[in-house]
Design a protein around this ligand. Sequence first.
Ligand SMILES: CC1=C(O)/C(=C\N=C(/Cc2ccc(O)c(F)c2)C(=O)O)C(COP(=O)(O)O)=CN1
Length: 456
Amino acid sequence: RRSWAEPWKIKMVEPLRVTTREERERALAEAGYNTFLLRSEDVYIDLLTDSGTNAMSDRQWAAIMLGDEAYAGSRNFYRLEATIQQYYGYRYVVPTHQGRGAEHLISRAAIRPGQYVPGNMYFTTTRLHQELAGGIFVDVIIDEAHDPQSLHPFKGNVDLDKLEALIRREGAQNIAYVSLAGTVNMAGGQPVSMANVRAVRSLCDRYGVRIFLDATRMIENAFFIQEREEGYANRSIAEILKEFCSYTDGAWMSAKKDALVNIGGWLAVNDAELFDELRNLVVVYEGLHTYGGLAGRDMEAMAVGIEESVQDDYIRARIGQVRYLGELLTDWDIPIVQPVGGHAIFLDARRFYPHIPQREFPAQTLAAELYLDSGIRSMERGIASAGRDPKTGDHYYPKLELTRLTIPRRVYTQAHMDVVAEAVKAVYDARAQTRGLRMVYEPKYLRFFQARFERL
Ligand SMILES: CC1=C(O)/C(=C\N=C(/Cc2ccc(O)c(F)c2)C(=O)O)C(COP(=O)(O)O)=CN1
């Protein structure tokens, strides 16, 4: 097999500052050992998130010059609407400022207080908006998704028995909709198979239950279907994406991921009545229904980003870079979530630091140590992110205690991946001496964004 490289060349660069260890010790202490509270200028390789951190192409930058900043009826909206209809297949489109803007609207419009929202593993903002709308989130993902070492090729799949049992127990009228994410962020960027979404569709049709898709990384999901699922090897990413969406009643999207823009989102549905309510709600919370909190230029750049994101050679390179980092780490027997997902490498902090109990925040500790070693920023996806159970007030104790190395699209080179792998190894080699953390400040909502910690 010959090596091959990204289908683009670099036309502009943004200088990075390399810091010293003592600068990083000071910066991290000021940030309360929380990578979310670090200043970007104190970060060397920023793997906090793939959200909004992706590099736009020259064509997207050119689109910025084509902003039609009319308050109503912007040309850019109609271009974006047509592009979403073409590639995702939904009929009605509402732009929003980003993904959680769309999550807020669909939760308000499609959940009646007390209804259940079954989904394939929780995501923080998704679950919060469902709960704020009075919904009760229920995890119906297959058990393998909670096992970082399971090699199931589609760990994002819905467990049909769990879903049917919930519908039969609570009654179809008490199920707001199935909240289906492709890929599943908190499981390690794990995909849902076409066979599974087809099976979920036919189960839901039997009971008259709707399915709404979190399409945020659906193009990465399409790549795994093309690569792993029988019958899809010769289908294009665009064809796979459209078929998958055709089994759902609508979708919300954080365009800050797959669609290669720094801000933006959308909501799309096929039902005219639901659309009417969403188009009415958007003017209350986001902006007129033809801009939804976005400038015209943002919508134009998003339309170009969608067209670029479905190109087969682009997505193969994107996933290939994540896989490259994963292979470096597994060559050194460093514990990561397997199989390697679409947007990140998830370090298994539980196996990395077996001597640090979950209540001492192993994943948060690992993110802190990685930053101290080399200025690499990662994100805690463990007990701090899981938050507290509203019923008991105690922490949720997730099986997955992970530190996410999230790879922005078209930003870093293979050399950066080598540096990251060596830094992880240096931290791994020093793991026996590492101590945990205690939380000294805990905000009410989504605590992991702003919590502060101290060393034990
Ligand atoms: C599958 C999905 C997402 O991944 C997602 C966002 N993701 C982020 C940013 C983030 C969000 C929540 C956190 O707890 C977090 F620490 C990081 C991320 O890094 O992964 C949103 C929401 O889209 P918005 O960010 O455009 O509003 C909806 N659905």
